[in-house]
Unconditional design. Structure first.
Length: 255
């Protein structure tokens, strides 16, 4: 699902008969139509062609809204154990949501179809691990979830398979391409690009001092590699360096 910018007239919404938006002390928007979301929103996904908005909040609930009227259509009966971190609508019209521990698959009516445990092996994480997200989802619904020293690969049909690494002890950073075809993994001294179709390593690049890695969110598959604190390199999935740019940010948030 392609990300779009949603412009909301806050004053118009507040003047509705049902007050849809409030502001929390942390200046986060809270949708409270029909008194459903009682905690700040943690994730929003827009289904532009269907005129729908999906919302997830800090307490684990999912809401489905009409994007034209901003009225609540349905609220999920299933609740995540913690804040909603991902909402993705797949090409097959499944809704995938995650927190840090579980993955839910809904249909477009927010009826649960499957639940998958993603409980990561937190004691094996390295203290230098820079990622706050241990689960990544592509636009086609492919999921990769860090489970300590291996990664759980969940296909769009729900099939699950662990990806194990013989020569990697600690995974410092990882990401999935938005088409769900490639996985990039960085350990202490090398970057590996893996084909999720075959499971084989396509390219190994000796590298060090990487802060984090991030695939492009759209267009051609490009991998941004944050080198230490100042440089960011752009790579192709074949392991070819395309460009280099200066950046003072600690890590790549969006690419």
């Amino acid at each position: 699902m392609m990300a779009v910018q949603l412009n909301i007239d806050i004053k118009a919404i507040i003047n509705e008969k049902v007050e849809n938006v409030e502001k929390s002390p942390e200046d986060k928007l809270i949708l409270v139509a029909n008194r459903r979301h009682h905690s700040p929103l943690s994730k929003i996904a827009v289904m532009e062609k269907k005129g729908l908005i999906l919302t997830g909040d800090e307490s684990g609930y999912i809401g489905l809204w009409d994007s034209r009227t901003l009225q609540l259509i349905k609220f999920s009966q299933e609740k995540h154990k913690s804040r909603v971190k991902n909402i993705v609508v797949t090409d097959s019209n499944n809704i995938i949501t995650t927190d840090d521990l579980d993955l839910f698959i809904f249909d477009l009516n927010l009826k649960i179809k499957d639940k998958i445990s993603l409980k990561p092996l937190l004691p094996t994480f390295h203290y230098m691990f820079p990622e706050k997200e241990v689960t990544k989802i592509s636009n086609n619904g492919t999921v990769v979830s860090l489970q300590g020293t291996y990664i759980l690969h969940v296909k769009p049909n729900g099939e699950r398979k662990p990806i194990e690494f013989k020569d990697i002890d600690v995974i410092y950073s990882f990401d999935i391409s938005m088409d769900g075809k490639y996985l990039a993994v960085y350990d202490k001294n090398k970057l590996q690009i893996i084909s999720l179709k075959s499971g084989g390593v396509m390219k190994t690049v000796p590298m060090s001092n990487i802060r984090n890695i991030k695939f492009s969110r759209g267009g051609k598959n490009r991998l941004a590699v944050k080198i230490h604190k100042k440089n960011t390199e752009i790579w192709s999935v074949t392991g070819k360096k395309i460009s280099n740019m200066k950046s003072i940010k600690e890590k790549i948030e969006y690419f």
